[in-house]
Design a protein around this ligand. Structure first.
Ligand SMILES: [Mn+2]
Length: 353
């Protein structure tokens, strides 16, 4: 009983704080005429969908909106029309900025390198994000709405627009849907809450068209026949080590040259590697003629070991998805053995559970 009421007191306090920060954010946006929407250096469907939705919503409010991202929009996201309006340099003049789907400085490196982060700091800057814990938190602005309960930044934008009576056109609804579907992997992962379905239902009523989005996404994900056959080759040479718990694929420079321009080879097979019975971890290595070795690590549910292995090789990431890049001349064989032995000891301790 006591726990119940102190919890509800805490919730109320959170909601009040949430509404207060939303209010000051809406005020800052209302005052600005030219707004820059900033995506971090790892654009995904949530950040791009959020940015495009804001472009439409704020544009319909009569504002000028510039979309910025320090990295190129990856090919697989180009089914979202408007991606080509994203530029990699800030305009000389703007009134305010909105950073979407990031609250860490680590992911704004490009902006830092270009010296343009100072321009952002000099004007009102809004942060809209849903990542609960981040390193190098943005501290130069207090206009932050970080809601870890939201499945995606698109959901936060939807709530804010609804509370502020901002118009959400059918195309803005499509973009918000894409942002939610991206982070929830099509409403299938545990970020998906009842509220997420409610938001999706509202977006449907506003004209969002999920079947059309899905069709476009699949169309852009299609591979040329040559890549389909290459996938077969990669599957045939996949190694299984540590009693079949670790799957390893290797892509040397010659294959990178031949196939990478057509399709990113790692995502081509990594999901399939994880679908092999008994596999806990899938590693895709790439080796380059200049001696560089990179790796993408993905782990199955129940084996939160990806980042721990990557960290051993000065990389990083999350429990289930991580990566590293070694440039100190160590051989591929050495790096592979180091990964296998770390994986082995981590899996030995995980298997107790
Ligand atoms: Mn996100």
């Amino acid at each position: 009983m006591l726990r119940e009421s102190s919890h509800s007191f805490y919730r109320k306090r959170c909601v009040t704080l949430y509404n207060k920060s939303m209010q000051s954010i809406v005020e800052a946006i209302t005052k600005a005429q030219h707004i820059v929407v900033i995506q971090a250096d790892n654009p995904d469907a949530d950040s791009l969908g959020s940015a495009l939705a804001l472009e439409h919503i704020l544009g319909d409010l009569g504002k000028k909106v510039t979309l910025y991202c320090g990295m190129n929009v990856p090919d697989y996201l180009r089914y979202l029309s408007g991606w080509d309006r994203v530029v990699d340099s800030l305009p000389a003049q703007f009134d305010a900025s909105i950073i979407v789907d990031a609250s860490t400085l680590t992911l704004l490196e490009k902006l830092g390198q270009s010296g343009q982060l100072a321009w952002v700091k000099a004007k009102p800057c809004v942060v809209l994000d849903h990542h609960a814990t981040v390193e190098h938190k943005i501290e130069f602005t207090s206009l932050q709405l970080v809601d870890a309960e939201a499945a995606s930044t698109g959901e936060i934008i939807y709530q804010m627009s609804k509370k502020s009576d901002w118009p959400i056109s059918a195309i803005a609804a499509d973009n918000l849907m894409a942002s939610i579907l991206g982070d929830t992997q099509g409403l299938t992962n545990d970020l998906t809450k009842a509220q997420t379905y409610r938001t999706m239902a509202d977006l449907c009523e506003l004209g969002g068209d999920r079947p059309k989005l899905e069709e476009l996404r699949r169309e852009y994900g299609k591979m040329p026949e040559k890549i389909y056959r290459y996938k077969g080759q990669l599957i045939a040479k996949t190694e299984f080590v540590v009693n079949g718990k670790v799957a390893i694929a290797h892509i040397p420079q010659a294959e990178i040259n031949e196939y990478s321009p057509l399709y990113n080879p790692a995502p081509l097979i990594q999901f399939d590697m994880l679908q092999v019975r008994g596999v806990a971890l899938a590693i895709v290595f790439k080796t380059y003629d200049d001696g560089r070795v990179t790796a993408a690590l993905r782990a199955n549910n129940g084996y939160p070991i990806a980042a721990k292995i990557a960290e051993q090789l000065e990389g990083g990431g999350h429990d289930y998805a991580a990566g590293f890049k070694v440039t100190d001349g160590r051989s591929y064989e050495d790096i592979k053995s180091a990964c296998i032995s770390t994986a082995q000891s981590l899996l030995d301790s995980t298997d107790i559970a």
